[in-house]
Design a protein around this ligand. Sequence first.
Ligand SMILES: Cc1cc2nc3c(=O)[nH]c(=O)nc-3n(C[C@H](O)[C@H](O)[C@H](O)COP(=O)(O)O)c2cc1C
Length: 258
Amino acid sequence: MNTTIYYFSGTGNSLKVANDLSNQLTDSKIVKISKNNMSVFNDTQSDKIGFVFPVYNAGIPVIVKNFIEKLQINKHTYVFAIVTCGAMAGVAPNQVKKILAKKDIKLAASFTVFMPGNDQLLYQPASEEKQNKLFINEKEQIYKIASAIKSSQHFEYKVNFIMSAVYNFGYKATFKPKDMGKNFWTDEKCIGCGICSKVCPASNIVMYEGKPKWEHQCESCLACMQWCPQKSIQYKKSTVKRGRYHHPDITVTDLIQK
Ligand SMILES: Cc1cc2nc3c(=O)[nH]c(=O)nc-3n(C[C@H](O)[C@H](O)[C@H](O)COP(=O)(O)O)c2cc1C
């Protein structure tokens, strides 16, 4: 039984989950979802297919939605989704279920993995102590998830009707990532290293006269800001005094792999 795990990740949480899961499954591989990798249209070879991604504003990242919509999958493939989140998966699993249902494919199982929240536009990174607790918990969760996937178990993600309506409304009303780029800026610490441009999974940052310039296809993953070695990238005024986060086991090289 071979498994392909498609992942999208800004700060490494979802990549870590994809890696850890892949290490526990025999005959499995991970494939990055990014602007440069949107030409994977057909996966009728994998016996099992998984999507691992972060929740954004209670829903699915746009690039992940587009990727799943395009991907051709055999009807009887065992398909699962793993949503990494700081607090709640919202309606992200339901959105995957709907996209697949349009192709007459069933989402066999959905899982939620709690990781440090990385939305530094809204809050500080979690304390090291809290992060470490989450990392220990992640290992235990992945062990259980791997065992469920190995035995092709079915798990339905449930969110009650009222919360589902609230999350759907919140996602539609507040999640407008494309033009977020216009609010990023660099302070005097920027040395023009270009790491922001390399880690951007949307290829939304070009280096112009030695400084990053954001275009109009932002996915809101915050990779640029979180991986900047100088901590020089800011979003409006909200991030000036906040720390930065990325998963400690993931490197820039891991993140930019093809
Ligand atoms: C723009 C944005 C919106 C987010 N919205 C949510 C949310 O609605 N609920 C939640 O629990 N976490 C939310 N998060 C936190 C991430 O989903 C979480 O930290 C995730 O594990 C990050 O994964 P990554 O490191 O693979 O990018 C949000 C993060 C960002 C950047």
